[in-house]
Design a protein around this ligand. Structure first.
Ligand code: SF4
Length: 444
């Protein structure tokens, strides 16, 4: 059968989507890029926050509206897991729901809904909750040109009061080292230069099997298995799970990007306590000092939530002071949105929406200046750039300081140097914008 796949949400969802598509192809189904050409329509949904849910609903409703009698529509992923039957009530014409922990059953689900499509009064097939057998592993990587996301674990066991992920994905489950290394070898054989390790909390790798500090060893196993790999990048680190051994390993290995995504969410101890997050800003300051001492050129990214229930002006000011003092290279910032089923929903003193948005603007204004100053400080440096685009006389790429899709770019005039996409080129940084850099290519 011909199938059309739409993947929404985060890189972790993209990994599941690509593995589901591979499994359908292995069963002889044919991927098509337009829904009207398909018999099977699959949407891997996101259910994390309100905006993401709206996008998933919009996508499903559009496909359901245009669905022909000879087509079936499957809703997979986080929104299916989170809403279950409620999603069926919202989207008439759904043929199946496939949960976040049952993606490996996509083949069987397609067979079953296709066989049932002529039955008149059929209710949608539902495959939610825990898988019947042990969780299936697979090739859990998503390639994007010369880069690839490699999932090392799924689920999360942290108690963050505002987050629905544990409700959707279940507790943390680390993948076997051998499977992760196998995927890394396959990616590099496909020509991948950069592997980005992802999970809800990469630094929790191994904890669920009693190995609290297993990530540095996993990274070493990957690096040993793929000597040709140029960059190994770490995303989604949890502040109290970044061990001295991890810092040492990152600093000792040239191929490990001196880059860390370290979501902190807030900086005021009272807010952090209400968030059920590590509430010791001094410890966080020491961690950042240790990272910078070990890797003076490290690029640090974090995530902030403003307008959390009860957040006072003084608590917000404390966040601004911390941001100005610590000076992260990159941030993601969000206005708090209440997530059904999370502990934070019951907290008193909600912050009015206009106040949340005003605080978000003030925070981004402070960060814009910091990012610009840090970008300017890169001028004169020689950096290796992974080429990701070319055209209009320009070469576009990223340095070790930039994760794909969320950080900055490096823009280089193309002087007819026959550069290939996916190539690594040496660039002298000559100028800076708020988040992007400009440079000149050096001799290779
Ligand atoms: S660590 Fe991240 S994914 Fe896990 S509960 Fe906290 S915010 Fe959610």
């Amino acid at each position: 059968m011909r199938f059309y796949f739409e993947s929404l949400g985060c890189p972790k969802n993209l990994v599941d989507s690509q593995e589901m598509a591979r499994r359908l192809e292995r069963l002889g189904h044919i991927p098509v890029h337009e829904p009207r050409k398909a018999q099977v329509l699959v949407v891997n949904t996101c259910g994390f926050i309100e905006d993401a849910r709206r996008e998933s609903l919009r996508t499903l409703k559009k496909l359901a509206r245009r669905k022909r009698p000879d087509q079936v529509l499957i809703a997979a992923g986080c929104l299916s897991q989170r809403w279950g039957e409620a999603l069926v009530n919202q989207v008439s014409g759904l043929d199946a729901l496939l949960g976040t922990r049952r993606w490996s059953e996509i083949g069987a689900v397609v067979e079953e809904v296709w066989a049932r499509r002529k039955e008149q009064s059929r209710s949608p097939l539902s495959r939610l909750g825990d898988p019947p057998a042990t969780e299936v592993d697979g090739f859990l990587a998503a390639r994007q040109g010369a880069s690839a996301y490699l999932k090392i674990a799924d689920g999360c066991s942290a108690p963050c009061a505002f987050c629905a992920i544990p409700l959707i994905k279940g507790p943390a489950r680390s993948r076997p080292v051998a499977s992760v290394v196998r995927d890394a070898v396959e990616l590099v054989q496909q020509g991948v230069k950069e592997i980005i390790l992802i999970a809800q909390d990469t630094t929790a790798y191994g904890r669920d099997r009693g190995e609290p500090d297993a990530l540095p060893d996993l990274m070493q196993s990957i690096l040993t298995a793929v000597p040709e790999l140029r960059w190994l990048r770490l995303m989604y680190a949890y502040p109290t799970h970044v061990s001295p051994r991890l810092i040492e390993r990152m600093a000792a290995e040239q191929r490990v990007c001196h880059y860390l995504d370290l979501p902190l969410q807030h900086a005021h101890p009272d807010v952090l306590r209400r968030m059920k997050r590590p509430a010791d800003p001094e410890r966080t300051r020491r961690l950042i000092a240790d990272l910078r001492a070990a890797m003076p050129d490290i690029a640090l990214r974090t995530t902030w939530i403003v307008g959390y229930p009860g957040e006072t002006e003084a608590e917000f000011e404390a966040l601004l002071e911390f941001v100005s003092e610590v000076r992260f290279d990159r941030i993601g910032a969000f206005a708090y949105s209440a997530e059904e089923g999370t502990a934070a929903v019951a907290l008193p003193n909600p912050v009015p929406e206009p106040v949340k948005l005003e605080r978000l603007d003030r925070l981004m204004e402070v960060q814009r200046q910091i990012s610009f100053e840090i970008s300017r400080a890169q001028v004169g440096r020689k950096l290796d750039i992974l080429v990701e685009g070319q055209g209009d006389g320009l070469i576009i790429g990223r340095s070790y300081r930039d994760a794909p899709e969320i950080d900055g770019l490096v823009i280089v005039p193309d002087k007819g140097s026959e550069v290939q996409i996916g190539e690594m080129i040496p660039v002298r940084i000559t100028g800076a914008l708020e988040y992007d850099l400009m440079g000149e290519m050096e001799d290779r």
